[in-house]
Design a binder for this molecule. Sequence first.
Ligand SMILES: *Cc1c(COP(=O)(O)O)cnc(C)c1O
Length: 369
Amino acid sequence: MTEKLIDLRSDTVTRPTPAMRAAMAQAAVGDDVFHEDPTTNELQEILADILGKEAALYVPSGTMSNQIAVRLHCRPGEELLCESGCHIYNYEQGAYAQLSGVVARPITGRYGIFQTEQLQGMIRPEDEHLVRTRLVCLENTHNRGGGRVWPYETLSEVCRWAHQHGLRTHLDGARLFNAVVASGIPARQWAQHFDTVSVCFSKGLGAPVGSALAGPKDLIYEARRHRKLFGGGMRQCGVIAAGALYALQHHVERLAQDHQNAQVLARGVAQIPGLELDPPKVHTNIVIFRVAPELATAEVLVELLAQQGVLMIPFGTHSIRAVTHLDVDGGDVERAVAILGEVVDQLHRRPQPQASGSSHAYGSNPSNE
Ligand SMILES: *Cc1c(COP(=O)(O)O)cnc(C)c1O
């Protein structure tokens, strides 16, 4: 294999560009636990402004950001409501329980989106037998939903209902900027419906490390305490915050390119017999498709693709996820489609393998985020 790998496993695989590395190398730094890292402070201020929040806190990962939010909004013995396919519920080791003594109650959505009516009856009455319902968490875009952008009206209505009923709201906006670019709705407009908002710099934005949690000043003050408790107090983190700041300033609009590449990928997939897009419409940079069970399991197809230099991940027994990002261009995507077509064509021609049925619906791959 002489050609370069086309890595579509996740938008986390991007490497910092030379310009981003230069910004990182030149970053002014100080001890951030003393609030003295100027680059981190600048990043936090700029992000808070973009999201229309009073303050923001830079944290090492999206998981920490979400879990600090859960900790802020809920006490032990309380409950959060979320969509059943979401990251907080599936891919964070049940940290809400492990770290904060909180339980989660999932609501089944369609491609990650649920309706306000589905919240009705979900708030538990005050009763000594019951946990107390406190928080609603939404994910936008929705990863397992195939990068879906929440319909804006639905999202605002869900949040309005939650607030009217005394619940807090948190947005897992790991890919909020993908939603911004795809919808044309500014980040602060999405964010206004939430008490706290988490965003990731290390996904489509292409920074090497970090996420941030934004919200009101008093909550972010508390969030700093929780970050320290969770082991996320960082020192001269301006070096990595500079990558995040660079990403925020230079890599948001270009997400449109990733979305366009995902459309090319989706159109290609849709034309290959035996493959089916699921969801059928791709909104952003995530493409999920099913493989006809008589053809191969996801695991088998992913392995055959890897042998040809195209990396994707199994996302269920017969589902595969591919994600476009900064480090793949239009040519790479066209080549990936061509290779996918050839590999599937060969599967059609060969004697049928036995389905192993061993992979779990929520995957065993570390890059499920
Ligand atoms: C990636 C991701 C996160 C956080 O992931 P980390 O790897 O902890 O940074 C949270 N939510 C969603 C939807 C994600 O895709």
